[in-house]
Write a protein of this length. Structure first.
Length: 223
């Protein structure tokens, strides 16, 4: 009985990593394919907002989308960023006032891994809390589409969405649009998502970036 148990454990330890590697290659090969155009149901969409110009750029991008295809929408912003969610609410209200139907939307805050000026030692604990919080929210929402454009809060969300694909929990298409302020170099968030091949579609707004990062898609200036 003990020998049989040992064989089962060994087989599990050998097979599981192999399956995960195969699944990882499958996800990487499938990433980047367009969303199904003929899908009858809309896509549950997670939208990551950020301080500064990130939120303004994201709302401009949303105004170009076919909004009834991306619903319900979940707006995420850092716990210390109250302005972004307020702007998102005003944006949703404006869509309704201009003749559109009221689209289900929720507005949520997520913990930052590290605040500006916070010591690196204390940030270890806050990073753990931020990841746990992000994981709980992602399990709850399980988005089909993730839209982001640079704020650091998007990294744990995108990594979790990618892991969900590898583990077969939920297939999320991750769309990253680099900020228009990035002319010659990617932001740290953009660089991580590009190098790790996490984003399904990686878009830049300047041709110089397309030349430097050939897997990116040059979409022109969106603002």
């Amino acid at each position: 009985m003990c020998l049989l148990t040992l064989i089962i454990i060994v087989n599990f330890l050998l097979i599981t990593p192999t399956v995960l590697v195969i699944r990882l290659f499958y996800v990487l090969c499938q990433s980047g394919k367009p969303l199904t155009k003929n899908a009858s149901k809309p896509f549950t969409t997670l939208i990551v907002l950020g301080s500064g110009g990130h939120t303004a750029e994201m709302l401009d991008l949303l105004s170009m989308l076919q909004n009834d295809r991306f619903t319900p929408r979940f707006y995420f912003a850092a716990a210390t960023d109250n302005m972004s969610l307020q702007k998102a609410r005003l944006f949703e209200d404006s869509l309704f006032e201009t003749g559109g139907r009221r689209i289900p939307a929720q507005f949520m805050q997520i913990y930052r891994s590290r605040e500006v000026g916070q010591s690196y030692i204390t940030s270890i604990w806050t990073t753990f809390i931020a990841i746990a919080h992000a994981l709980w929210l992602m399990i709850r929402i399980r988005p089909q589409v993730v839209l982001c454009n640079g704020p650091g809060t998007c990294i744990p969300l995108c990594v979790i969405a990618f892991l969900f694909k590898v583990l077969g929990i939920r297939w999320s298409s991750i769309f990253y649009v680099e900020s228009i302020a990035r002319v010659k170099r990617l932001s740290l968030s953009g660089l991580l998502l590009y190098k790790l091949r996490i984003a399904d579609q990686f878009c830049v707004q300047w041709p110089q970036l397309k030349t430097k990062y050939p897997r990116a898609h040059y979409v022109g200036r969106l603002m």
